[in-house]
Design a protein. Structure first.
Length: 365
């Protein structure tokens, strides 16, 4: 059937009302176009340099005029200079250039909606489980575990506590992702964040930088040699931990609500937090008043949490021999025969006040 036979086009021109378009007739309205704008834009795509009268079927003239004016205002069409008889001809803008930004904006909005739906799903699941009185939930798959962990932290009111071992299995939520997603928002709400991390994390420059940023924001981070399991506790009312810590395939996690098991998990966290060395980032004023150079304070601090000379050099961007030379110079300056004596002197002399306080707490415990 030709365009002339349908009354929608001219012979030899593509017909905007072809069967394939009937299926997709309203799709452009999903990008914010009205039905008339959608119909007129489609006609313009097939009929460049058309005058309004040529676009009037099946719409009436006034509807076409309104649609053309809106398309021009939105950059979806252009109007040529009027001809001597006053006729204005219209041309559709490139679909890629004109509709591409609308498509990207709608895609971004749908992504936000998808995230909201996932968050609401986890909140609904948590509420249903709490209402039913079930002490433990089981989550399967990295997506479900990630959503629940983020949702728990976003709903935290007072405190978030975590144990973060250096497991060599894929993480459902990395340090960097968690820091970007929720850390700042939690701190802004006044939520206390305490973590215990294995020393191995500090030997990775990228993770060490994130941890330093967390401490600078006011988080409390304790460093220890070994942790038994990954764990997150929110407001001492709910905890999340892996069911199979070493499982590399589809991960499974447990969500534990207020029970004796949760009490035991809180005690496990507190024990490891108390035993670890505090990670500290000194303020600039304290650094200028300190009896040693800032870089030496950093070296001693990292030495105190157990990093090797090579790991300290990598984290601070220094040479291995430079670290060793500065340590020997410090030992000579304070009369320390061993590095242990240097660490003891640094803590007692107030070079590392957070570590000094922690040492005293451990002796009294």
């Amino acid at each position: 059937m030709t365009g002339a036979e349908t009354g929608h086009g001219e012979p030899g021109c593509p017909d905007a009302a072809a069967p394939r378009d009937l299926v997709d007739m309203s799709l452009l309205t999903l990008l914010g176009l009205g039905p008339d704008e959608d119909a007129v834009y489609r006609l313009l795509v097939d009929r460049p340099d058309s005058e309004p009268d040529a676009l009037a079927s099946p719409l009436d003239g006034s509807a076409v005029a309104r649609a053309l004016g809106s398309l021009v205002d939105r950059g979806l069409a252009s109007a040529a200079r009027p001809e001597p008889d006053g006729t204005v001809r219209y041309r559709a803008a490139s679909p890629v250039l004109a509709l591409g930004p609308l498509l990207e904006a709608r895609r971004a909005a749908l992504h936000r909606v998808e995230s909201l739906v996932g968050d609401l799903t986890e909140r609904h699941r948590a509420a249903q489980s709490h209402a039913s009185g079930a002490p433990v939930e089981v989550l399967s798959g990295p997506a479900a575990i990630r959503r629940r962990l983020l949702s728990m932290q976003r709903q935290a009111r007072t405190e978030v506590c975590t144990l973060v071992p250096a497991r060599h299995v894929p993480a459902v939520l990395s340090f960097e992702d968690n820091h970007e997603e929720v850390d700042s928002e939690m701190m802004d709400r006044g939520v206390t964040v305490r973590s215990v991390v294995e020393r191995e994390w500090l030997e990775q420059p990228a993770t060490a930088a994130v941890l330093a940023s967390c401490v600078a924001q006011g988080q409390h981070i304790s460093v220890t040699d070994r942790l038994p399991i990954k764990l997150a506790i929110v407001d001492r009312r709910v905890a999340l931990l892996p069911l199979y810590p070493e499982r590399e395939a589809e991960p499974v996690a447990l969500v534990v609500h207020r029970t004796g098991l949760l009490t035991a998990l809180v005690s496990l966290f507190e024990e490891h937090f108390a035993k670890g060395w505090r990670l500290s980032v000194s303020g600039t004023e304290e650094e200028h008043e300190a009896p040693v150079a800032v870089i030496d304070r950093q070296i001693v601090a990292l030495l105190h949490v157990g990093l090797t000379d090579a790991a300290i050099a990598r984290q601070l961007g220094m040479g291995h021999r430079t670290v060793q030379r500065r340590l020997h110079a410090l030992m000579d300056e304070v009369g320390a025969a061993t590095r242990f004596q240097l660490g003891w002197y640094a803590a007692r002399a107030g070079w590392l006040p957070d570590i000094a306080d922690n040492s005293g707490a451990q002796k009294g415990s």
